[in-house]
Design a binder for this molecule. Sequence first.
Ligand SMILES: Cc1cc2nc3c(=O)[nH]c(=O)nc-3n(C[C@H](O)[C@H](O)[C@H](O)COP(=O)(O)OP(=O)(O)OC[C@H]3O[C@@H](n4cnc5c(N)ncnc54)[C@H](O)[C@@H]3O)c2cc1C
Length: 427
Amino acid sequence: MANTAYPASYYAASANPTPSRPALQDDVETDVCVIGAGYTGLSSALFLLENGFKVTVLEAAKVGFGASGRNGGQIVNSYSRDIDVIERSVGPQQAQLLGNMAFEGGRIIRERVAKYQIQCDLKDGGVFAALTDKQMGHLESQKCLWERFGHTQLELLDQRRIREVVACEEYVGGMLDMSGGHIHPLNLALGEAAAVESLGGVIYEQSPAVRIERGASPVVHTPQGKVRAKFIIVAGNAYLGNLVPELAAKSMPCGTQVIATEPLGEELARSLLPQDYCVEDCNYLLDYYRLTGDKRLIFGGGVVYGARDPANIEAIIRPKMLKAFPQLKDVKIDYAWTGNFLLTLSRLPQVGRLGDNIYYSQGCSGHGVTYTHLAGKVLAEALRGQAERFDAFADLPHYPFPGGQLLRTPFAAMGAWYYGLRDKLGF
Ligand SMILES: Cc1cc2nc3c(=O)[nH]c(=O)nc-3n(C[C@H](O)[C@H](O)[C@H](O)COP(=O)(O)OP(=O)(O)OC[C@H]3O[C@@H](n4cnc5c(N)ncnc54)[C@H](O)[C@@H]3O)c2cc1C
């Protein structure tokens, strides 16, 4: 049996101790079988266990192996497309429901961290940095929009103020969201997995779901066992492959890369980000960065179609980091890694049900740390028979990628190239 390990990353190297979990080798019965132990799967499992369900989680590799254990660690509110776009697409009533939920994921993370004592370097405060006046204008509208949906922990930053929170000369201003923030993402996932187990949930690692037998009492098959369940939650996101062809057809895995510097030391670290907020810029192909608990700079950026080796990654991301912080020119890069997120054509998440008992959530298109935590709650509500919030997501239109599985990558790459050009030219 293949034993898939974590990719070499700063997160894997600084992960909290965690048990190695066995592969499924039996036939088991459960209320809910969750496929995938990333944030979507773990958050669903936790909410279900807290509500009395028996839950079995199948993970193809290890807990947090996918995007949840590799991401930039930024707690960013709302969705990859904002509420005004949703409002124009689906009307005010559905938008109101979705808008009310747009800031809930960050609260769920904080509640989880407090309730289950998860050690994941949680810090408050995230900055959206504007590179142009047009982007600053957009942030001003975004603040009004978010305030309309009850989110008030926001502050616009003029050029002088943003220099006080980030030592980068490129920005004309920004917006500080004190309910944003950052975490060690793998340690959050590992802490959530421990919480699942503390409530009686069972997680099998190295146990890929290879086939789903649909029907009134569905069965999930792994190479050496099977799980019969009342419900299935599909939470494999960009790593799901073709297990559920309906889901593969309307989404596209995309790679994005991250580097971690050597420890910078307290003084240099504080000179870059004095309040230890995380930062993302407002470009479509955005750069994002933050400090770790041991004062490294984690820097991610851009979207690449296809995996990369670490030498490649450093060559792509380091120049972006030096553009923001030329003062880091002599700093060594200790880690470089890649991960996949799942893009949808609308850039809105896809949530739904296949038949009566197979539920899914996927495709938050970049910003997923908060959304996936909310998704777990919304899926669990639906399984308990309270589907109003689930339906608000499920009713969002889903579109197949033009060109099908063969041509979707070049089409999306052309789209990204166009938006990248817009970012460069500032329009
Ligand atoms: C490099 C990178 C940086 C990012 N930075 C940020 C950020 O800073 N802020 C933010 O908000 N978002 C960020 N994101 C996005 C965010 O990480 C994801 O949206 C989120 O983690 C997705 O969680 P998930 O549980 O849906 O999927 P994943 O975390 O990918 O988990 C899916 C899991 O399912 C498993 N699986 C797949 N198929 C099967 C199967 N057949 N059987 C069993 N198990 C299976 C996989 O092994 C994997 O562990 C980033 C993503 C990447 C890749």
